[in-house]
Design a binder for this molecule. Structure first.
Ligand code: SER
Length: 624
């Protein structure tokens, strides 16, 4: 079965069950500033999952282009890709578990003809901390579905991968795992979800490739979520019925949704009983071309390189077709990274220089009928890939000379600084420097490299922030209010987390504030809540924002907050947030502007807490 046939079958199957077929959204999210790329089928549908009526109704079906940057290092095994198509069917407050699980099972066993004996199920074991029950309903439905096929379906509790590897299958067919495996939201675990974010328990289906022997490198026993390659996850039904609230606990959404996502390539691989997804049509045509170009067989040694090149060239092509251009930042950086990795692996396969561009043809052919943007942008894709390869080769050549020099001087150890220069100026990823160094029998100060990397990140952030006065994008009333809230927030962070917390960057627009600060671990929901409450309390207390000019020395003496790495003049202004009795809640080096009194700010809310670099957290917050 080809993936094209499978895509058709899926869309039709759900169309016959009242679903409207919708086109794939772009890889570049439209109204979602929280993420660089569309990485799942549900992302473009968030407003509708939260309750906004969709113009086409409550039942939708699609095949969505996805790019998952976080999987870039995983590519090379039998099943990971950065780009893939996710088949999805959607109930926006319409049907729920019964219909969803029965239909998907019917689709797999009747339309795709998979043997039910090869299918294994995982379900949510519950989360007592967040008051979310075990998904017994799904288990009951699955048992019945298997019983109809005459397949015994014993349920077994494994909870997580560690236990799974310790306990193994135990004759089970349905397995309970905790939120590490069977909870879905854009931000992962319930604890990591910002308030307002929807999520829910899910039930996954795995296909078993019986020919693949378990590899004990991945644990003593095999189980559905084991990474040895015997089990392949082919579909995930998310029962999206929860939303995180401002207190950090969970409320039911107004509607119960189904968000189903299944990898097109993976289901096709199962349909063909091929544990290697690179052997299905969409990817094998690219690999075939590489075999011609390199004179090497895919079956042999360079398998990993074949897979990386095929995936990366396909992903870069789709990004370019969706309007992304190579650059050193944000989205464009991923094209650069994909092409650079592909170039290095093309060299491993001894493909001739400049030949990557010939892989665009098979890619365009495979997708021409379903993704017209790929055909329309064919020449642009080719030119871009060619240019990027040429550019990279030029820098590589220069970099190699520099590497030779450095390695002679290195005396057995290339410094962090040296490795970072190779990265920064010549585009050598650390792993490449490590490889080259290994060939010469010398070592690289990896830790030093990481330190340099962070230092650089911090510097570029600081200079970007300084473009704005006090980190402000403008001086609109809303921006000024958020600026004052920013001061209260920094003070609250220090009160709750400790005085060692220091600001490391900031940026304020009329819509939200952002603060980067030093803190070694992820903040708990409780801490976030305490901080939010404290800021709101201080807003209510109506503190006066008072500006004082003083010498830098004096300001330091009274302990006014200053940002690390920023140069201040000799006479500085300091803003105090002070109540009527003269109690000072916050004091900061700052040029303003600020509101006169905090009572004007409204309600303060943290919308996101995340890591930006090791030891540096970032908070985004709004006033409503
Ligand atoms: N959102 C779920 C996933 O990405 C199902 O579509 O796996």
């Amino acid at each position: 079965m080809t993936s094209r046939e499978l895509r058709e079958k899926f869309l039709k199957f759900f169309e016959q069950r009242g679903h409207i077929i919708i086109p794939s959204a772009s890889l570049v999210p439209e109204k979602d500033p929280t993420t660089l790329f569309t990485g799942s089928g549900m992302q473009p549908l968030i407003p509708y999952l939260l309750g906004q009526p969709h113009p086409l109704g409550k039942r939708l079906v699609n095949s969505q282009k996805c790019f998952r940057a976080e999987d870039i290092e995983e590519v090379g095994d039998n099943r990971h890709t950065t780009f893939f198509e996710m088949l999805g069917n959607w109930s926006l407050g319409d049907y729920f578990k019964e219909e969803q699980l029965s239909w998907f099972f019917e689709f797999l066993t009747k339309e795709v003809n998979l043997d039910p004996n090869r299918l294994y199920i995982t379900v949510f074991s519950g989360d007592p901390n967040n008051n979310i029950p075990r998904d017994d309903e799904s288990v009951a439905i699955w048992k019945e579905l298997f019983a109809e096929k005459g397949v015994k379906a014993k349920d077994v509790e494994l909870l997580n991968s560690k236990q799974g590897a310790k306990l193994g299958m135990q004759g089970g067919r349905i397995f309970y795992y905790d939120s590490s495996k069977n909870w879905w939201s854009r931000s992962g675990l319930p604890e990591n979800m910002p308030s307002g974010e929807p999520g829910g328990p899910d039930s996954e289906v795995f296909y078993e490739f019986v020919e693949v022997e378990h590899d004990s490198k991945f644990g003593k026993y095999c189980h559905p979520n084991c990474n040895c390659g015997r089990f392949l996850e082919i579909g995930n039904s998310v029962f999206m019925e929860y939303k995180k609230n401002e207190n950090g606990s969970f409320d039911k959404l107004l509607q119960k949704n189904v968000d189903f996502g299944g990898g097109l390539e993976r289901i096709t691989a199962a349909a063909n009983n091929s544990p290697d997804i690179f052997e299905i049509d969409l990817l094998s045509s690219i690999i075939k071309k590489m075999e011609d170009l390199s004179g090497i067989d895919y079956g042999g040694e360079g398998k990993e390189s074949f897979r990386i090149i095929a995936d990366h060239m396909r992903a870069a092509s789709f990004m370019i077709a969706d309007g992304v251009r190579p650059s050193n930042v944000e989205r464009g950086y991923f094209i650069r990274r994909l092409v650079r990795r592909a170039v290095r692996h093309a060299d491993t396969l001894k493909m001739s220089k400049g030949s990557l561009v010939s892989l665009i043809n098979p890619i365009v052919q495979s997708y021409a009928d379903d993704y017209p943007e790929i055909v329309q942008n064919k020449s642009l894709i080719e030119e871009t890939i060619k240019e990027e390869e040429d550019k990279f080769r030029e820098t590589l050549e220069k970099g190699l000379k520099v590497f030779e020099k450095i390695s002679v001087k290195a005396g057995g150890l290339i410094s962090g600084r040296g490795a970072f220069d190779l990265y920064q100026t010549y585009g050598f990823p650390l792993e490449m420097t490590l490889d080259l160094a290994k060939e010469k029998g010398i070592k690289v100060d990896e830790e030093g490299f990481r330190k340099e990397f962070q230092k650089h990140q911090k510097m570029s952030r600081t200079s970007a922030d300084k473009k704005f006065k006090g980190g402000l994008a403008d001086t609109k009333e809303e921006t000024v209010k958020l600026h004052t809230a920013h001061h209260l927030l920094l003070a609250a962070l220090q009160k709750i987390l400790g005085p060692q917390v220091k600001q490391r960057g900031s940026n304020i627009t009329s819509e939200r504030l952002r603060i980067d600060f030093s803190h070694s671990k992820k903040m708990t929901t409780e801490e976030l809540k305490k901080i939010e409450d404290l800021v709101n309390q201080k807003i209510k207390e109506g503190l006066n924002m008072i500006k004082k000019e003083m010498s830098k020395e004096e300001a330091e003496n009274i302990g006014a907050e200053m940002e690390f790495g920023v140069k201040y003049s000799d006479i500085v202004s300091v803003y105090l947030a002070e109540d009527d009795k003269g109690n000072i809640f916050s004091k900061e080096f700052c040029g303003g502007p600020h509101v006169k009194n905090t009572k004007d700010l409204g309600h303060f809310k943290i919308t996101k807490e995340e890591s930006v670099a090791s030891g540096i957290r970032r908070i985004k917050a709004i006033l409503e």
